[in-house]
Ligand binder design. Structure first.
Ligand SMILES: [Zn+2]
Ligand SMILES: [Zn+2]
Length: 157
């Protein structure tokens, strides 16, 4: 197959969206794990390889806002269950409860909570509780993490 983009390179790759052959140099290849924090990954974002056209049309804007959300998530204020004193004035709405399950890494579990908080325009997560369960994986067992909390607003004076 000949790349649709440069029309010279031979390639085995195809754009996941329009299925045009596209060479390694012309393809937009998403890093592993891109968009993995979205609770529901939209259909148009499930592919890993895109031609430039499809990338600009379907992916670029979403990727930019995803990366922005991720940056904000890293700055979200996290308060665990023992910090009730600091957070006693912060709102806890039942619909703002966030839960992450089956995460292999506790830090990632908390970051995922923060990501969801940003998606609902919050800048903090309160009452954060993380717990691990041991799961058998073949001959050894690994820990799977669960994190819960409530998205809220933290105001600095
Ligand atoms: Zn090419
Ligand atoms: Zn394409």
């Amino acid at each position: 197959m000949i790349c649709v983009s440069c029309q010279t390179a031979k390639t085995q790759l195809r754009c996941g969206s329009c299925e045009s052959p596209v060479c390694k140099n012309c393809a937009q290849i998403l890093d592993e794990g891109t968009f993995s924090f979205l609770p529901q990954r939209p259909k148009k974002l499930i592919h890993d390889i895109y031609c430039n056209n499809c990338f600009d049309q379907h992916i670029a804007a979403d990727l930019e806002s995803y990366n922005q959300t991720m940056e904000l998530a890293k700055a979200v204020h996290i308060f665990d269950k023992t910090q009730g004193k600091e957070t006693r004035l912060m709102k806890r709405r039942p619909e703002n409860r966030v839960v992450v399950e089956n995460c292999t890494d506790p830090d990632e579990a908390v970051l995922r909570l923060a990501f969801m908080a940003v998606q609902s325009n919050c800048n903090a997560v309160v009452d954060v509780d993380i717990s691990a369960t041991k799961v058998k994986d073949g001959s050894y067992s690994k820990r799977m993490w669960r994190a819960t909390g409530i998205s809220s607003q933290f105001r600095t004076k």
